[in-house]
Design a protein around this ligand. Structure first.
Ligand SMILES: [Zn+2]
Length: 199
């Protein structure tokens, strides 16, 4: 008999550069990959809660000819190798290698996956058979919350100030971890903490 994995209770979608890892413009060397503070611990918590973590990242450096798709995949393997050392893992990496107008073939296209479009987020919801109300998206760019808003997903913007946007009212947070904590609290998904002072 085949086991069917139960549908998860929620889904965490996250940007990559500047959200999970240090922001290096057009990161093209594996040795430049470094997790931001708190990321491994938060992902470990999500793993324990069986809440899938999905990276959705624009990688137009592929279309611009700065690096290959193979490098993008290698960088994701590296991120998971670093996380494995901390007992954590990203469940799925989705990336958009496209850029219309200036990209090289076959990546020069007006795709539906490049954020602020929501193609990658939609695919993630489908992958785990979840409704948008059960998902959150966090990133350090308005494009991230625009993509979330397009599907009715709660969008968190990592920012040190209030961005000016006529159409969006993202939840402003200081970090990936702060966004996840807010979401888990709102959805009542946090595991009860064991208090050492109560017997
Ligand atoms: Zn794309």
């Amino acid at each position: 008999m085949q086991e069917v994995a139960p549908r998860p209770s929620a889904l965490v979608l996250t940007d990559r550069d500047g959200t999970l890892i240090r922001d290096v413009p057009y990161l093209s060397r594996l040795e430049d990959i470094a997790l931001l503070p708190g990321v491994a611990k938060t992902i470990r918590t999500l793993n324990r809660l069986e809440i899938p973590v999905v990276v959705v990242t624009n990688q137009s450096g592929v279309a611009r000819g700065y690096f290959s798709e193979a490098f993008v995949r290698d960088s994701h393997d590296r991120i998971n190798a670093i996380l494995a050392g901390e007992g954590a893992r990203v469940d799925l990496f989705l990336y958009c290698p496209h850029l219309a107008g200036v990209g090289i073939a076959p990546y020069d296209m007006d795709c539906t996956c490049r954020k602020p479009r929501s193609g990658m987020l939609k695919r993630a919801l489908e992958e785990f058979s979840l409704l948008p109300e059960r998902a959150m998206m966090v990133g350090d760019s308005l494009r991230d919350v625009e993509a979330a808003a397009d599907l009715g997903i709660a969008g968190y913007l990592i920012s040190s100030g209030i961005p000016s946007s006529a159409t969006l009212s993202p939840r402003i947070v200081s970090s990936f971890s702060a966004a996840v904590e807010d979401f888990l609290t709102e959805k009542n998904l946090l595991l009860p903490e064991r208090s050492p002072n109560v017997s």
